[in-house]
Design a protein around this ligand. Sequence first.
Ligand code: PEP
Ligand code: MN
Length: 264
Amino acid sequence: LAGRGFRPEGTVVKFANGVTVGGGEVVVMGGPCSVESRDQIFRSAALVKAAGGQFLRGGAFKPRSSPYSFQGMGLEGLKLLREVGDATGLLIISEVMEISQIELMLPYVDVFQVGARNMQNFNLLRELGQVRKAIVLKRGMSATIEELLLSAEYILAGGNYDLMLCERGIRTFETATRNTMDISAIPVIHKLSHLPILGDPSHGAGRRDIVPALAKAAVAAGADGLLIEMHPNPDKAISDGAQSLFPEQFEKLLEEIRLLAPAI
Ligand code: PEP
Ligand code: MN
């Protein structure tokens, strides 16, 4: 079902406000790694909106490598996301980590994000196949492109075709970057599949200084959109501050992306 031959014309994911992903326009999903406070998420949303982004990202449930790290604001964070989404017109994307969170999150998000660590949580994927809401499925940090497409198959098999894939960097022997952004995955996936593919240069790089270069490389390689971490005050971010762009960097990057992909 994920194969290009199934839908040679390509999948376009459409949202109620007219935003489309996969239809030729490059969309930007920007925002902090985690929702940290009302003030932080409202300021982030205003910045994303002003810079021309279409989606606000922010984790309410955080899949942290250490169980002792901040785990997210939970339901309170989801409520803040919905409130700021309604106030700004930005679509909301947030990560779902387990089946029990699906019901809880449904009223608050426009897109469910499946994180790299859950790419092969097949029970979660099956449940998301039953949901009538868009999904971003991130590539696992040690997953092949074929494994990513097989995971997509679990969601499509349930009848949910509002699916976008996301390249967020993979584990390699290189230590200069947190992960290695696999730019080739973008054109390869476009050849193999009809599904839109996003690039996440923030988790790909792990350091903000090279996020703009990787973002532009992803767009040049044909990405249908970008997931970018930005924080009103990255030095104070509770998670992923080192890879979060400063507001002015984010704004400048979106301007540069518009030059590469004039449709946005
Ligand atoms: C995130 O988007 O904040 C995140 C945790 O991403 P990943 O699942 O790619 O690590
Ligand atoms: Mn993050």
